[in-house]
Design a protein around this ligand. Structure first.
Ligand SMILES: [Zn+2]
Ligand SMILES: [Zn+2]
Length: 420
């Protein structure tokens, strides 16, 4: 197959670009199956279908195109824009992540020498800047898997690079989720392995602060992850329960309202222990968290997550109560007040949730009854107002009659007066 030429589009490819603009994923999927369509075809400006989808902010479409082998680093655009740059310009963090995850180069520059992060910053898409700055490639981690200088052994055994990279790349910073990721991998369920990972994370943290273009966001993330791994290490060493008790401690809610106090305190402590006191981000985080009473909003987790991943509205969205994964849909069938990503997470949380489930149920029922009563009252008031209005209208017609008749009466009266 020859390389696509600019503007050399088949009719089906032209149709595909229209379908992408309209956001019809099903139709795009059908067209991509056609032999007349090259997934990396170029329009007259050198834009690929993926660039179009990224610029239009269509996440599902980007996913589909990547699945069909779209080249995330194509740079045929007339001004040197890449799909990552278009993603940053669109302001969609999800798409920006997707491009990075698919291997987009962060240091590619456009025809005036700007990187994707700089372009996103220029148009005020700061969440996308955060996402790009937050990205850490596998190659950068693999540096630690090779002995440096006089080292006999590398700092990170190569077999740990994959599992550690997965943790570094997680956008879900919920400590329960991170502990679960450790638990899932037998290579990480080892005190010594965890200690090696932790040290590498602290080294990366230091590098992020000391490098020329300082990256505090990434430094904070590395430090936070290192704290969680350290906690895993100490629980693994002291207790023979494969981190079960750590997960329970993190999930255990206080009696009054089920708020996970240990988790909140743990995250606050991680932030406080950040080794570079002058960092602006640290000061920002401390300012946002310190005045908040434990149990009130915002939680340390939501403040940290927003600072690192740029996710806003963290508490309102559908995040699993246990592990913090996005897109949770299963509701506790009794209280209907907490959501989970699945049964496993619900089971994990039950030992603590069962203490407040009934109370939450009552709260919800009371709240529902009150709002039903309010609605009923509002309706009754509405009905009454309507009734009054129609009766006033009747009155109006009556009083018109009355006016006539009263005039008559008056006349009569006058007459009668006269008569008297
Ligand atoms: Zn979950
Ligand atoms: Zn419940």
């Amino acid at each position: 197959m020859s390389a696509p030429k600019k503007g050399d589009l088949t009719d089906t490819e032209k149709e595909l670009l229209q379908v992408i603009a309209a956001g019809n994923v099903q139709e795009a999927s059908r067209l991509l199956g056609s032999k007349d369509v090259k997934v990396n075809c170029l329009d007259e400006y050198g834009m690929t279908p993926l660039m179009h989808a990224a610029y239009k902010g269509k996440a599902d479409m980007c996913k589909l195109l990547l699945q069909h082998g779209a080249d995330v680093n194509c740079n045929e655009h007339e001004h040197g824009y890449t799909a990552l740059m278009f993603a940053g310009l669109s302001g969609k963090t999800e798409i920006t992540w997707m491009m990075l995850d698919a291997g987009a180069e962060t240091d590619a520059v456009n025809s005036v020498g700007r990187t994707a992060a700089q372009m996103a910053a220029f148009v005020g898409q700061h969440d996308c800047v955060t996402v790009i700055n937050n990205f850490f490639s596998r190659a950068r981690l693999d540096y630690y898997t090779k002995p440096q200088g006089l080292e006999k052994e590398p700092k990170l055994p190569p077999k740990l690079s994959g599992p550690l990279h997965k943790i570094i790349m997680s956008t879900n910073l919920n400590p329960v989720k991170i502990v679960m990721m450790v638990k899932e991998n037998p290579l990480l369920m080892d005190v010594e392995a965890l200690e090696k990972c932790r040290k590498v994370l602290e080294l990366i943290c230091e590098k992020c602060i000391k490098q020329q273009d300082m990256n505090e966001v990434l430094a904070m993330k590395m430090h936070y992850l290192s704290c969680v791994l350290q906690k895993c290490g100490s629980f693994l060493k002291d207790r023979q329960d494969k981190l079960e008790s750590l997960i329970k401690s993190l999930l255990k809610g206080r009696d009054s309202d089920g708020f996970p106090v240990f988790q909140e305190k743990f995250i606050r402590e991680c932030i406080r222990k950040f080794p570079y006191c002058d960092a602006t981000l640290l000061q920002q985080l401390v300012r946002s968290i310190a005045p908040v009473e434990i149990g009130s909003d915002p939680t340390a987790m939501s403040v940290l997550t927003q600072a690192i991943t740029g996710q806003v509205g963290f508490m309102d969205a559908d995040f699993c109560t246990t592990c913090g994964e996005k897109g949770a849909e299963k509701r506790c069938s009794i209280c209907k007040m907490v959501i989970y990503c699945g049964q496993a997470c619900q089971k994990l949380h039950w030992f603590s949730h069962k203490k407040v489930c009934k109370m939450l149920q009552e709260q919800r029922e009371k709240h529902e009854a009150e709002s039903a009563a309010r609605q009923k009252q509002a309706k009754a008031e509405g009905d009454q107002a309507l009734e009054e209005m129609s009766s006033t209208m009747e009155d109006l017609s009556v009083s018109q009659n009355e006016t006539t008749s009263s005039t008559d009466n008056h006349t009569e009266d006058v007459n009668s007066v006269t008569a008297d």
